[in-house]
Design a protein around this ligand. Structure first.
Ligand code: GAL
Length: 384
């Protein structure tokens, strides 16, 4: 590896799947790269433009190589990568550990080293690696290790995004595979239930991710508003409210998930842009130590809880969540965070969404939070 810091913090970027599924092409990718720069997403830290499933021909070429679909990508993948790179961005692609990808295109099974070389020759910087059509007798753990090894020896720095949906106790072996990401969940869809269920499913897994190996709760649906071309992902669901998208972004940020945008960034509205580019929220996600947050349960732990993440500057990031359907009082006793009020220790609290400094608190912080809403705070520990 040339870049010894590759993947040290969760990657940020955009992925084609949530909105476009099979309907991808060169124009879309180029326009998305343009929009990433023009909208300010790049300046906010987003850098990867990733093509998901459905980019290749249904058959490999004469020498067993993967071939980009010439109708979708008439100038080949290298040209797409070059364009993305010319914008100062990085380029990502997709394959699968089985014989076929989930949508039925050729997978990399038994072609791992050849495909890694192909991706390197095209200028790929990021590979998402799915888990469909894996021969039943094959061990998934070994297949992820195999592709990781291939990528680490292909002559180019390629970030490895393992996507086995949390199967095979992935958190127990993924560190040793060399992957920088591990998908821990099934697919997100553009609904509040989906956001809520995915986040809750990882509450007891936050300790398993850290620098260079991040728990990937799946891509963001922020700003989709039901705008997928796939009925299941969102076409029929109608999407979420802006408050729900903001809570989704807050959860993913404090849980150290990659921030991979799934909406059509060429057509983002102002609220979506403001949500996705909030520097205070992104700073929580990108903290160099990547410490997983711990949970302080509220009175209904399945819906009301706080997440506390120790930051490298000594401060705390605190997310207070009401995933329930009724307004709730969320109470955060400082005893539960190791803060001894009797010794005069307190927290100076700034709200990361309103950017207001709320002053200094001792013993506890409490907030009344609307359904599906949250508070995301940065708290400086002060001795009074
Ligand atoms: C799923 C994966 C999705 C998407 C899709 C493509 O297995 O979890 O994120 O990549 O395959 O077919």
């Amino acid at each position: 590896m040339q870049n010894k810091y590759l993947g040290i913090t969760p990657p940020m970027g955009w992925n084609s799947w949530n909105t476009f599924t099979h309907a991808i092409n060169e124009e879309l990718i180029k326009e998305t790269a343009d929009a990433m720069v023009a909208s300010g997403l790049k300046d906010a830290g987003y850098e990867y433009v990733v093509i998901d499933d459905c980019w290749s021909l249904r058959q490999r070429g004469q020498n067993g190589e993967l071939v980009a679909d010439p109708e979708k990508f008439p100038h080949g993948m290298k040209a797409v990568a070059d364009y993305v790179h010319s914008k100062g961005l990085k380029f990502g692609m997709y394959s699968c550990d089985g014989t076929h990808t989930c949508a039925g295109y050729p997978g990399s099974f038994e072609h791992e080293f050849q495909d890694a070389a192909t991706f390197a020759s095209w200028g790929v910087d990021y590979l998402k690696y799915d888990n469909c059509y894996k021969p039943a007798h094959m061990d998934g753990e070994m297949l992820y290790k195999r592709m990781s090894l291939a990528l680490r020896n292909c002559g180019r720095d390629i970030l490895f995004s393992a996507c086995n949906w949390g199967h095979d106790d992935v958190w127990s072996w993924i560190q040793g595979s060399g992957a920088q990401l591990f998908r821990s969940t099934g697919d997100i869809v553009d609904s509040w239930e989906s956001i809520k269920n995915l986040a809750l499913s990882q509450m007891n897994k936050t300790a398993y991710s850290g620098p260079f190996c991040h728990n990937d709760i799946d891509m963001l649906v922020v700003g989709m508003y039901g705008g997928s071309n796939d009925e299941y992902i969102g076409g029929k669901l109608g999407g979420c409210t802006d408050v729900e998208y903001r809570t989704h972004f807050s959860l993913w940020a404090i849980m150290n998930s990659p921030l991979m945008i799934g909406c059509d960034i060429r057509k983002m509205n102002q609220v979506t842009k403001e949500t996705l580019t909030n520097p205070d929220v992104i700073a929580i996600n990108q903290d160099i130590e990547c410490r997983g947050p711990y949970v302080v349960p509220g009175h209904d732990p399945a819906a009301i809880f706080s997440l506390v993440k120790p930051m490298s500057d000594g401060s705390l990031a605190i997310g207070m969540f009401n995933l329930g359907d009724k307004k709730a009082q969320v109470n955060l006793p400082f005893w539960d965070m190791g803060i001894p009020a009797a010794a005069g220790v307190g927290l100076e609290i700034t709200d990361c969404w309103s950017h207001e400094n709320e002053g200094r608190f001792t013993e506890r912080y409490a907030a009344s939070i609307e359904p599906h809403d949250c508070k995301l705070l940065r708290a400086k520990v002060s001795l009074g």
